[in-house]
Design a protein around this ligand. Structure first.
Ligand code: URA
Length: 264
């Protein structure tokens, strides 16, 4: 745990100047002292205090895990997140990206984490991958406002690296509460990371997609991430795989399936 925190702090771009190097050295010494004295865990707040960082007033420290509360609204969940400082991603974010769309949506899309555009605008899937997701939604005969869109992580990981377990641990309960507040009939997990995290599996997306799985009693369809489609534009088969998954989703929702012609 201590070493994880050290790795997180060290990983946060603190090598560029002398003061950052001093801070890392000081934290390292502090963590080693604690470990030698038998302490095997400490809160993010105490790391901030040691680093001389002023916590925001609404700060909630790790350990105060958000659990589901019956009847709560998305607004209440967002308010509880506040200026979240539960993990180190808070130090670099421009905006926390909570989610967008219809709070009573029948269909929920869950991606991985905000990217650069999302961090800047505070809304999920507004960059290039978002354009692809918009096309998928439109092809389904729906509008972005009809569905709800959010991510496993609410803050952008630096350089769009994969989310880390400690980050998922802090954000995951809020996602579950969002799901419970929205109570969608179906969830679409976009990409490997969202699918594996929500389903608690390491199975590859190519094996997971195409069939419904269960997330807290809600049917969940994993499919390829829009970014994957973007980076594999020539592989039109992957687009059709996603479309096939969405046809199954529409079928389960008892919604009409638009006639989309495939070129031979
Ligand atoms: N990729 C994601 O997984 N989520 C976003 O919001 C944007 C890109």
């Amino acid at each position: 745990m201590i070493l994880n925190i050290y790795a997180n702090v060290k990983g946060f771009g603190m090598t560029a100047d002398g003061s950052a190097a001093d801070l890392v050295a000081s934290l390292k010494g502090y963590l080693e002292e604690l470990r030698e004295s038998g302490v095997d865990g400490l809160s993010w707040a105490s790391v901030q205090e040691r680093a001389g960082v002023e916590p925001a007033t609404e700060a909630v420290v790790p350990g105060e895990v958000a659990t589901s509360r019956e009847g709560e609204t998305l607004e209440q969940i967002r308010a509880e997140l506040g200026e979240c400082q539960r993990c180190p991603l808070c130090t670099r974010r421009t905006n926390l990206v909570f989610g967008t769309g219809n709070p009573g949506a029948r269909l929920l899309f869950v991606g991985e984490a905000p990217g650069r555009d999302e961090d800047l605008q505070g809304e999920p899937f507004v960059g290039e991958a978002g354009q692809i997701l918009n096309r998928i939604i439109t092809r389904m005969g729906l509008k972005r406002e009809d569905v709800y869109i959010c991510n496993v992580l609410k803050c952008r990981p630096p350089g769009n690296r994969n989310p880390e377990p400690a980050e998922i641990e802090q954000c995951g309960p809020f996602l579950l509460r969002q799901v419970q507040a929205i109570a969608p009939e179906i969830i679409v997990a976009l990409g490997t990371f969202a699918a594996q995290t929500l389903l608690g599996t390491k199975a590859p997306i190519s094996k997971l997609r195409g069939t419904f799985h269960d997330y807290h009693g809600i049917p969940l369809m994993p499919t390829f991430h829009p970014s994957f489609l973007l980076h594999n534009k020539k592989d039109t088969g992957k687009f059709w795989d996603v479309w096939d998954d969405m046809v199954k989703v529409l079928g389960k929702l008892d919604m009409p399936v638009p006639d989309v012609k495939r070129k031979e």
